[in-house]
Write a protein that binds this ligand. Structure first.
Ligand code: SF4
Ligand code: SF4
Ligand code: SF4
Length: 188
């Protein structure tokens, strides 16, 4: 199919709703733990699906066949967070995910899937709408990646100590969705 026909086919598919619209306003993708930096990761990953096959929480997803996104693994923590088992890193055949043992100290030192961004106006204790400490309760590094502070015991996140597993985002109540894990911007 030449370029003109390909563009026409994609436009037709968009019109029919077969292809998700552009992701310009969508949230950027989070990659699985120990992914190489953007650029080297896309070059190294062959889209073999092995990481997704071993993931115990089905946290690792691939774009659908109709998506315009590259066939690369991503994590959507609101649906299913990473429990830091590190199995995906151990089966990756190309080194796109660097192998790591599931040892808590080593994981906290090496893994940075994303960074936590809290919207205080949506957070139950910070906004005064209620009592909640779910993010703190599920965090694998409580009092390090997140602590509870102030009279309302609101969460205070520490990005430098956070692995970006997304367990806090998965746990945050639907009415709030106050915490999001966003990809870390790489300079240059
Ligand atoms: S570390 Fe385990 S839970 Fe996390 S994405 Fe990899 S396989 Fe899934
Ligand atoms: S603060 Fe959230 S993303 Fe960070 S380690 Fe704790 S649960 Fe995981
Ligand atoms: S789980 Fe959500 S609403 Fe609850 S304290 Fe954490 S960020 Fe706030």
């Amino acid at each position: 199919m030449n370029r003109r026909r390909l563009v026409g086919a994609i436009a037709a598919a968009l019109t029919l709703g077969l292809v998700p619209r552009g992701r310009a306003n969508a949230r950027p993708r989070l990659r699985p733990p120990m992914a190489l930096l953007p650029g080297p990761f896309e070059q190294a990953c062959i889209g073999c699906y092995r990481c997704a096959e071993v993931c115990p929480t089905t946290a690792i997803r691939f774009p659908t066949a109709f998506s315009l996104d590259a066939a690369l693994p991503y994590v959507e923590p609101r649906d299913a967070a990473c429990v830091l088992c590190m199995k995906c890193t151990q089966v990756c055949p190309t080194g796109a995910l660097v192998p790591l043992q599931a040892e808590p100290v080593a994981v906290q030192q090496a893994v940075r899937m994303g960074t936590p961004v809290l919207t205080r106006s949506r957070c139950l204790p910070w906004s005064g709408a209620g009592v909640c400490r779910l993010c703190f309760e599920v965090c694998p590094y409580p009092n390090s990646a997140v602590e509870l502070v102030g009279g309302r015991l609101g969460p205070l996140f520490h990005p430098e100590a956070c692995v970006g597993c997304g367990l806090c985002e998965e746990a945050c109540p639907d009415g709030a969705h106050a915490i999001q894990i966003l990809p870390i911007k790489v300079a240059g």
